[in-house]
Design a protein around this ligand. Sequence first.
Ligand code: L34
Length: 293
Amino acid sequence: MTLLDGKKTSEVIQDEIAAEVAQIKANGGKTPHLAAVLVGNDGGSVTYVNNKVLTCERIGFGSSLIRYEDTVTEEELLNKIKELNEDEGVDGFIVQLPLPKHINSNKVIEAIDPKKDVDGFHPTNVGRMVAGLPAYLPATPAGILELLKRYNIETLGKHCVVIGRSNIVGTPMSILMSKCSYPGESTVTICHRNTVNLAHHTRQADILIVAVGKPGLVTADMVKEGAVVIDVGTTRVPDASRKSGFRLRGDVDFENVAEKCSYITPVPGGVGPLTIAMLMMNTLKAAKKEVYS
Ligand code: L34
């Protein structure tokens, strides 16, 4: 079994980006700038966004963090997005999800200029991705592709089973794994809460990608010997022995599943850090006007 080391891979990618940024600056180019909008104080969201801002600093990007109480109105948020769309200093920006219930996330996402949508959530980028046109790919699926690529994992002709159909991970992941270029060329099955006999499907998987947010959902009996297992879940569960009072758990029963796998991602230190690295990659592309000229 080989551990897919997301933390290390993320650092390698960050170093590559940092070198390119240094080059851009040395040539008198503009410093890439990412802005992040964070609403409320959800512990996970605060951590992830802080990690994004810290990573910007580490690799030489400019960054701005715009925070709102969870009482912010949709109108205030839409006004900020308009401002960020027009701000020439900002190459790309994200609105961290989830948003409070009184705000329509789809409306917020649709307000973002697709050229600055480095999360790849705007329907224009989603459509362009599906059509195989240049687009910002959502960071988590892009991170998983990058991991498969950097560990030289064969995907052609493999059966890839994706559990979860979210707009952020499951749906784009399933599309990307079926594309006709590496990593892709897989036969894809999408499972979700109404799938009958989930284990029947997961046991057919050469590559199993789990993005549900239910700790321990995937047990050893559900996994084929030699499968590649990608665990996207990062749920905080209470843990009195930790100073923080919680620990992170993936959707996969790691201890027992790991013994059966050829490759597996840990949680933490798997897909999470790569999500951040790929957001940086998208921001660099935005600054270089690589996706939209
Ligand atoms: N707009 N909303 C928007 N864009 C995104 O790309 C996200 N996502 C998901 C939630 N909402 C979003 C993230 O940023 C999930 N996500 C994310 C990002 C980073 C990490 C996990 C999820 C991460 O860094 N995980 C670390 C542990 C961090 C910790 O200590 O809690 C890990 O090793 O898994």
